[in-house]
Design a protein around this ligand. Structure first.
Ligand code: MG
Length: 375
């Protein structure tokens, strides 16, 4: 590891864990967090959760697990470039989607809608807050406490955003949403590594699925520029290799731009501790030109891939499954095993949301079939 910058998070001066523990003997505190995340149940479930394409649609598409690995990979590169703590960046990246429901954003939006309509006092469902809930409460692996008991810095990075009314109940990690301050740079770059990863792998998966094509992508500046350069250098290149070369070049240009722009912001603001970083405006950023190009790509994917009729068919079916399950459990909690039954109605709704959010795509599909079909 390269030398840690003065503005990086340092495991020797962590703000600590919710339940004090003796320091690790052969790892640093952030390594220990990373290891706890990899060993937890919610992490293994990511393998069977949708990114864009439902898990059984094809073996080659990204899942939440491979997405999280790609985020961690890009995050580590950025951390090393910037003198930040690589293990912390990796831990945040690997944990950032632990609270994701089955069926990607469709599942999350529907679970939130169900909670708001059918259990308004329970406070809705936010996938980001749920990721924190997984590591703080839901994992059952330790004798002395619930959750994984991660360091403040890891938990701070996992909670990218949350509603103010929730922030007030969260203690230490909620404070920055009330005071409108920033998280560490490790958290800031993990967030942007997420964006770099999904924009690029969704182009790849979109092309592989045939829902979008290279001709359409010519209208997107960042794709067109790199694709033209690849084809100029290798005029007879076959399509599959041309796509891979183009996506690699796009990721590289985004990482380089983010590194340069962020270093420029660091030079300008001169943070000398991570607490300075928290008080300053966001330091991790793309240049305005690259920001515009990344937004154009995002917009293209929204209009042409995420809203493609074949993806929408999946989205609508997924929403129905989540709503049917939520409604059925709420009407008849005896359908649930004892560990998810509660006396209090608000706690019951939350336990149902936890249960559904923890499901993999195929588990949810199977459960829906069992509850709603007699054959
Ligand atoms: Mg993500």
């Amino acid at each position: 590891m390269t030398a840690l910058a003065v503005y990086a998070c340092n495991p020797d001066t962590t703000h600590g864990r919710r339940y004090p523990e003796p320091p690790p003997s052969s790892r640093n505190e952030f390594q220990r967090d990373r290891d706890r995340i990899i060993h937890c149940t919610a992490f293994r479930r990511l393998e069977y959760k949708t990114q864009v394409f439902v898990n059984h649609e094809g073996d080659l598409f990204r899942t939440r697990l491979t997405h999280s690995l790609e985020v961690a990979q890009i995050g580590r590169t950025l951390a090393r470039n910037l003198g930040l703590h690589e293990d912390l960046t990796e831990a945040i990246s690997l944990a950032h989607d632990l609270g994701h429901t089955p069926f990607g954003h469709a599942g999350q939006d529907e679970l939130n809608a169900c909670m708001r309509e059918l259990a308004p006092e329970a406070g809705g469902f936010e996938h980001n807050l749920q990721s924190l809930r997984v590591v703080d409460e839901l994992e059952e692996r330790y004798a002395r406490f619930n959750g994984l008991n991660l360091c403040f810095e890891t938990r701070e990075g996992i909670l990218k955003h949350c509603a103010l009314r929730h922030a007030r109940q969260l203690g230490d990690v909620g404070v920055r949403f009330i005071e409108r301050t920033q998280p560490s740079l490790e958290a800031q770059i993990a967030n942007l590594a997420d964006e770099i990863a999904y924009n690029n792998h969704d182009v790849d998966d979109g092309l592989r699925s045939g829902l979008i094509d290279i001709e359409q992508l010519q209208s997107v500046e960042i794709f067109a520029r790199h694709y033209v350069a690849v084809m100029r250098a290798h005029p007879k290149l076959e399509r599959r290799r041309a796509v891979a070369e183009t996506i690699r070049a796009m990721i590289n240009s985004l990482v380089l731009d983010l590194t340069e722009t962020t270093l420029g912001n660091i030079r300008k603001h001169q943070p000398s501790t991570v607490d300075d970083v928290r008080r300053l405006p966001l330091l991790a950023a793309f240049s305005s030109e690259m920001r515009a190009e990344a937004d154009e790509l995002k917009h293209f994917l929204l209009n042409n891939l995420y809203r493609h009729s074949r993806v929408m068919r999946m989205t609508i079916k997924a929403r129905r499954i989540v709503r049917d399950l939520f409604q059925a459990y709420l009407d008849e909690p005896r359908l649930l095993s004892a560990e998810y039954r509660r006396e209090d109605p608000v706690e019951q709704a939350r336990a149902i949301a936890d249960y559904i959010a923890g499901m993999t795509d195929r588990y949810a599909i199977r459960e829906h079939r069992e509850l709603f079909r007699m054959d």
